[in-house]
Design a protein around this ligand. Structure first.
Ligand SMILES: Cc1ncc(COP(=O)(O)O)c(C=O)c1O
Length: 429
């Protein structure tokens, strides 16, 4: 079916379902299998040399995961998607499918702490340099791009500060320099709040653990190929050159504008092995069915909580993109539906100790490192997600000792406000 003509709310339910499925099953089947029988030796050989599409082994593909990938690709309007076992794996596979030792990636400074770690430590050990720009402005990003740059990487809304970069401006820089533009769109809720492909991004990575799953029940990541990048520009022999693992096959010539996502699967997933389980793919598909409804509720609840916190004398400041004084207010209004997301940050009065007491006194809100869950989550980045960062990187990422990241769930927000009020008391704020 051509999903492109359907609205997001319809695609999130129907895309990926086989309406002619012989059992008449309403939902997608879970295939708990590691491998698939070949029809004969020639069939097996064709699958292995990539001249015929089909299932070989669940490390590479699985019918449940394929249905989930089709749904995600349809939601973004991409040419293909790849489900993987975590958001971190999506980033790793996307980047290592583009860059080799001696090459570099240029990134915005407003990044999730785990992404910082992967960039600063693991990718560096592989010889891939990640150059972090001092600000996410197009000019600062472009100043770090050189002939060895193989991608520009940003988060559509930075975790945890909610900084929204100028996606269109950075896409122009990427195009001018013939490098793909990768956007971590975890906060963009699988394209419902923000779809960077519509603003010139070429590749999406998304931590499906968050809004896609929506209930904190599984880990996952997904890569989406917008099909927009011209791989024949001479910089990407891994995609437009003889493929060592496939007897010299040229992925661009064979798979056209889907060459990147094929590369991520047939090399990235084959070699790193971070495939999702069929059951987790099923949970992701189920989560997606209610994505827009959940996100709308969360955006509204966040707006209400932001207003309450701004009025509270217990709070030093509230950083919420829906407020006109947020540095990213205009970019959020341009790139995000409703000009907001389901996350805000607040700096409490007091110090590190009172902040810890506050977090420990919460009864309803969960003290966890999680966002996009149906449970409201309060995270203390300085002692959790960003703990490994140096003082300088903490300052760059905007993380202070009393900063809290709050991701609204699906509860009645008035109960969340009551929980905050009692925890302020208990913390002696
Ligand atoms: C923006 C962003 N990208 C990537 C990740 C990593 O995703 P995962 O935890 O699924 O590996 C996270 C996790 O919080 C995130 O917030």
């Amino acid at each position: 079916m051509d999903y492109s003509k359907l609205r997001f709310e319809t695609r999130q339910i129907h895309a990926g379902l086989d309406h002619n499925e012989p059992t008449g099953s309403r939902g997608v089947a879970i295939y708990p299998t590691a491998a698939y029988r070949f029809k004969d030796c020639d069939h097996a050989a064709r699958l292995f040399e990539l001249s015929e599409a089909g299932n070989i082994y669940t490390r590479l593909q699985n019918p449940t995961t394929s249905a989930y990938e089709e749904r995600v690709a349809a939601l973004y309007g991409g040419v293909g998607a790849l489900g993987v076992s975590s958001g971190m794996s999506a980033i790793l596979i996307a980047i290592t499918s583009l860059a080799s030792g001696g090459e570099n990636i240029v990134a915005s400074p407003f990044l999730y702490g785990g992404t910082y770690n992967q960039f600063r430590h693991s990718l560096r050990r592989l010889g891939i340099e990640v150059r972090i720009a001092p600000t996410p402005s197009s000019a600062d990003i472009e100043s770090l791009v050189d002939g060895k740059t193989r991608a520009i990487f940003v988060e559509s809304m930075g975790n945890p500060t909610c900084a929204v970069p100028d996606l269109e401006g950075i896409a122009t820089v990427a195009k001018r320099n013939l490098v793909p533009f990768i956007v971590d769109n975890t906060f963009g809720a699988c394209g419902y709040l923000c779809n960077p492909l519509e603003w010139g991004a070429d590749i999406i990575v998304d931590s499906a653990t968050k809004w896609i799953n929506g209930h904190g029940t599984a880990m996952g990541g997904v890569i989406v190929d917008g099909g927009s990048f011209d791989w024949s520009c001479g910089k990407f022999p891994l995609i437009d050159g003889p493929s060592e693992g496939y007897h010299g096959l040229n992925l661009r010539e064979t798979f056209g504008n889907a060459a990147f996502i094929v590369k991520c699967r047939v090399d990235g997933l084959r070699d790193f092995g971070t495939s999702p389980s069929a059951f987790d793919s099923y949970l992701m598909m189920l989560g997606l069915e209610t994505l827009s409804l959940r996100v709308r509720h969360q955006v509204e609840a966040t707006r209400r909580l932001a207003g309450f916190l701004r009025e509270s004398p217990k709070v030093k400041n509230v950083s919420y993109v829906g407020f006109p004084d947020h540095p990213s207010h205009d970019n959020a209004a341009k790139y995000f539906r409703f000009g907001a997301s389901g996350v805000l940050t607040a700096e409490l009065q007091g110090d590190l100790e009172t902040t810890k007491r506050f977090v420990e006194a919460l009864r309803l809100c969960a003290h966890m490192t999680m966002i996009g869950d149906s449970i409201t989550v309060v995270t203390h980045p300085a002692s959790t997600t960003h703990k490994q960062l140096s003082e300088a990187d903490l300052a760059k990422a905007g993380v202070t000792p009393t900063l809290l990241r709050i991701s609204l769930g699906l509860e009645d927000v008035e109960d969340i406000i009551a929980d905050f009020s009692q925890a302020f008391e208990a913390a002696g704020l």
